[in-house]
Design a protein around this ligand. Structure first.
Ligand SMILES: *Cc1c(COP(=O)(O)O)cnc(C)c1O
Length: 396
């Protein structure tokens, strides 16, 4: 039996999402833009989905744009705010050093176009403080973008407070809520959000579909031209099966946020306690202000990639960080941002649980990781140097 502990990379679809999709892969095949009855049946379903998604986050249906996922929503949110800023002579953007690459790479692109970007320090616990945002805002700031929950270390950012500061200063605020949606409460009004991204495959919906919420009055510039779909904000025939699956998955996840959080927090803390017993290990990110599903550790003297392969042999699917950085030799930019040095950042392990994870599985993970770390250390020349005193331990 496999133990899947990589739910921050993607999740298994829930039966409700699959069931909601089936008629749209079969019977209801119309194009929502068609004026005939077959098209109108699809258009009605699309309108229904838009209204239900809006209800899940406290938005109006007109504020919901369907996208191909979180990356597209992040790109469009940031590029739209930048375009508007440019028109107003404001070319300064504030973000953090540990955003997802969909945000950071978009900001890099804007920097090459002449924008100034301030990346806020996230401190060792992986949390940005609202006053840092306040102090960084300038006359010419056209966007603040801070993620709701980090995808590698799970830390939860004070977005409501940051949103309030931005609102008071008249600066649009975007949050990448891809890791949070369906797992933490979202209310765009109460949380002072202007722009928000979410992605279905992170909450047991299908891949390749997501949402960009844009508050009424915040203009969106299309990334894709060619049609009047999504009120001209995103051209292309809507992926209706995926949208219906996403809608069912989000409704289900939102209805279970509290009970899932209770179940997962207990498992997470059991896992953290178990792994903390491994000598020279450290938990990455705040122990409390983190997603109920996220555990991220560094183990001194080992390579995260080797640990992953050993765990996979034992039937445990985990990650060393984000799926995008896996496969490259650079250590995680998130771990570097919270102050881990290169050698330590290389020995990282992210375990992300789901509602289906059991206590027995957590015990199994603790046993397997403990064994694998000990085994890798036995073979490691770095470990020999550390234990012989030739090198000093960084993690005590
Ligand atoms: C997964 C993820 C994304 C990208 O979403 P896709 O739908 O896979 O494009 C963006 N931001 C965060 C925080 C993520 O975890």
């Amino acid at each position: 039996m496999k133990i899947y502990a990589d739910n921050a990379a993607t999740t298994k679809m829930c039966p409700a999402a699959i069931e909601a999709m089936l008629p749209f892969l079969d019977r209801i095949y119309g194009n929502p833009s068609s004026l005939h009855s077959v098209g109108q049946e699809a258009a009605e379903a699309l309108a229904d989905a838009r209204q239900r998604i809006a209800a899940c986050i406290g938005a109006d249906p007109g504020e919901i744009v369907f996208t191909s996922g979180g990356s597209e929503a992040d790109n469009q949110a940031i590029l739209s705010a930048a375009r508007l800023g440019q028109q107003q002579g404001r070319q300064h953007i504030i973000s953090t050093a540990f955003e997802h690459h969909a945000v950071l790479h978009t900001l890099e692109k804007l920097k090459r176009e002449g924008f100034e970007v301030t990346l806020l320090d996230v401190h060792e616990n992986g949390i940005v403080l609202p006053h840092q945002v306040e102090e960084a805002i300038r006359e010419n700031t056209c966007l603040v973008t801070v993620m709701y929950a980090n995808n590698e270390i799970g830390t939860i950012q004070p977005i409501r407070e940051i949103g309030a500061i931005c609102r008071a200063k008249g600066v649009p605020f975007h949050t990448d809520a891809v890791q949070a949606a369906g797992h933490l409460p979202i209310h765009v009004g109460e949380q002072n959000l202007d722009l928000l991204s979410l992605s279905a495959h992170k909450f047991h919906g299908p891949k390749g579909v997501g949402v960009l919420y844009a508050r009424k009055g915040i203009p969106l510039f299309p990334l894709i031209e060619g049609g009047a779909q999504e009120r001209g904000r995103r051209a292309g025939t809507e992926n209706l099966p995926a949208i219906m699956g996403m809608t069912a998955a989000l409704e289900l996840a939102c209805s279970q946020i509290d009970e899932n959080a209770r179940h997962l927090t207990a498992l997470r803390d059991q896992l953290i306690q178990g792994l903390a017993k491994i000598p020279h290990s450290v938990l990455n990110g705040d122990p409390v202000q983190r997603l109920p599903s996220n555990v991220n550790f560094c183990f001194e003297g080992i390579e995260g990639e080797s640990l992953l392969l050993l765990l996979d042999d034992k039937g445990i699917c985990a990650s060393s960080g984000s799926a995008c950085t896996s496969g490259s030799l650079d250590p995680s930019h998130v771990l570097l941002a919270i102050g881990r040095v290169h050698d330590i950042a290389h020995g990282s392990l992210r375990l992300s649980l789901s509602e289906e994870t059991t206590e027995q599985e957590v015990e199994e993970i603790i046993r397997a990781v403990s064994e694998a770390v000990a085994y890798l250390r036995e073979m490691s020349p770095i470990w020999r140097d550390l234990t012989s005193g030739k090198k000093h331990f960084i993690i005590q």
